[in-house]
Design a protein around this ligand. Structure first.
Ligand code: DLL
Length: 433
């Protein structure tokens, strides 16, 4: 049962991890060179052969891969195994363009599920737990990944998928779910509905494994209060396998990257230069154990910081901060950089629920910036004067955080559509013309 907490790997010394990474990287580069003509050509253009890559120190020489490469090669151009050896296809959600698909062999699925099992064990999961998986199943990797991890740990697994909130809560109460896996926005919605139904005290949840979208520390506290659990972050992306590339431990201060499977780098997104530990930049992954879809130096577009500070849980794998938004999530409004996460922080600090929508448009060559925000139920019944005062405070707090003024529209509770998967927070009408 403890097989998926692997202290000999997860708590290994830096030297041991590096030795493993060096050995696996050399093999992986040869595998890609032999089987992926598209990447081989990219290496040849830089005058490289596999002999040039002897260790992690040589990684920076290799060319990057981007989502554009994946789209150009889709579906089979980066496949490194015969199709007959592949057993499953996941797909990205296509929120930033055309969907791309990836491939797994059975070996790839086993390793991926092992990463998810580690994430479940890191939040205290055992075979005594009832693991309630409300990530979507199907082409999305959330449901299948946590489902497989939960089986490996030996939890009683509830493959709920997303949606049908009443049924989710019914199962949670009837079967005594102890671990909840879903997006943070759906967790907040489940909490809100449990409170409305007055069934909060029937919940047995102790931990939540929430990821697939950006969420703030304020949102973490909000969910923990509503659902009476400890909320942990989990990160991953379809191209690199799915959830479980990294996960939080009991310290809740960043996500340990499974360094025996993935080498992480932080680069300057403009120049591609590798940045030293502790600097903020774009996260780049090299997968060193995948067979079917082994991406070398894949640019995630997620902006974060890596830290090797000693962790109280004993794990030595490098930690990544919560992504501070994707480089392509950033809005430029009236010339100012705005991340949706900054807005979420202010809203929750000011006592508003995490239900909001940002609408950006361009009228007469000038950007407009509106935020629809739901009022908490108690504010909805306040006097107009009190509501106006609260609105003014919110506009001022947003200006202090962002440096520009947003037009805030306070809305009735429940008037903004809830999300069952990844929330749609931004409507940028400038991109629709
Ligand atoms: O979202 C995989 C996943 C499923 C992760 C369930 C965690 C839990 P994609 O749909 O390919 O895969 O989207 C990947 O989502 O590049 C990030 O921008 C974002 N993302 C994923 N996890 C987090 C997180 C899944 N914990 C993209 N915090 C990534 C912030 C996240 N953003």
């Amino acid at each position: 049962m403890t097989k998926y907490y692997q202290p000999e790997i997860e708590c290994a010394s830096r030297e041991e991890i590096l030795a493993l990474q060096n050995e696996r990287l050399v093999k992986q580069v040869q595998h890609v060179w032999d089987n992926v003509p598209y990447y081989r050509k990219k290496m040849e253009e830089k005058g490289l052969t596999p002999a040039d890559i002897q260790s992690v120190d040589d990684l920076h020489k290799l060319p990057f891969l981007t989502k554009d490469d994946l789209r150009e090669c889709s579906p089979y151009g980066l496949l490194a195994k015969p199709l007959k050896d592949c057993v499953r296809i996941p797909s990205t959600s296509g929120t930033t363009g055309k969907r791309v698909v990836a491939f797994y062999t059975q070996h790839d699925i086993d390793l991926w599920e092992e990463c998810c099992a580690r994430a479940i064990m890191a939040v205290g999961g055992t075979n005594e737990d009832v693991c309630h998986v409300s990530y979507g199943y199907g082409l999305f990797t959330g449901g299948p990944g946590l489902n497989g991890g939960s089986h490996k740990v030996g939890c009683l697994t509830l493959p709920m998928s997303s949606g049908n909130t009443d049924r989710q809560l019914q199962f949670m109460c009837d079967l005594g779910s102890t671990i909840l896996c879903c997006t943070p926005s759906y967790a907040a919605y489940l909490g809100e509905t449990a409170i409305e139904k007055g069934i909060q005290d029937q919940l047995k949840l102790k931990a939540g494994i929430f990821g697939a979208e950006a969420w703030t520390e304020e949102m973490r506290r909000d969910i923990e209060k509503k659902l009476g659990l400890k909320a942990y972050d989990i990160y991953g992306l379809t191209e690199i396998s799915g959830p479980g590339v990294s996960f939080e431990c009991e310290e809740q201060t960043g996500m340990h990257i499974n360094e025996d499977h993935f080498i992480a780098e932080i680069i300057n997104p403009e120049t591609g230069e590798v940045l030293p530990e502790g600097e903020k930049g774009e996260l780049v992954f090299t997968s060193i154990t995948k067979e079917a879809f082994p991406l070398l130096r894949y640019r995630t577009r997620d902006i974060c910081v890596l830290s090797r500070k000693k962790c109280s849980c004993g794990r030595t794998h490098v930690k990544m901060s919560k992504p501070m938004g994707r480089s392509d999530d950033m809005l430029i409004i009236k010339g100012v950089n705005v991340f949706p996460s900054q807005i979420e922080t202010v809203l929750l600090e000011q006592g508003f629920p995490p239900n909001y929508q940002i609408i950006v448009d361009r009228v007469n060559n000038t950007d407009t910036f509106d935020i629809n925000v739901e009022m908490p139920p108690e504010m909805f019944s306040d006097t107009v004067r009190d509501v106006t005062a609260k609105e003014k405070e919110l506009v001022a707090a947003l200006k202090a955080m962002l440096g520009i003024v947003a037009k805030v529209h306070l809305m009735a509770p429940k008037s903004i559509q809830r999300s069952e998967g990844k929330a749609v927070r931004v409507i940028d009408k400038r991109k629709m013309y």
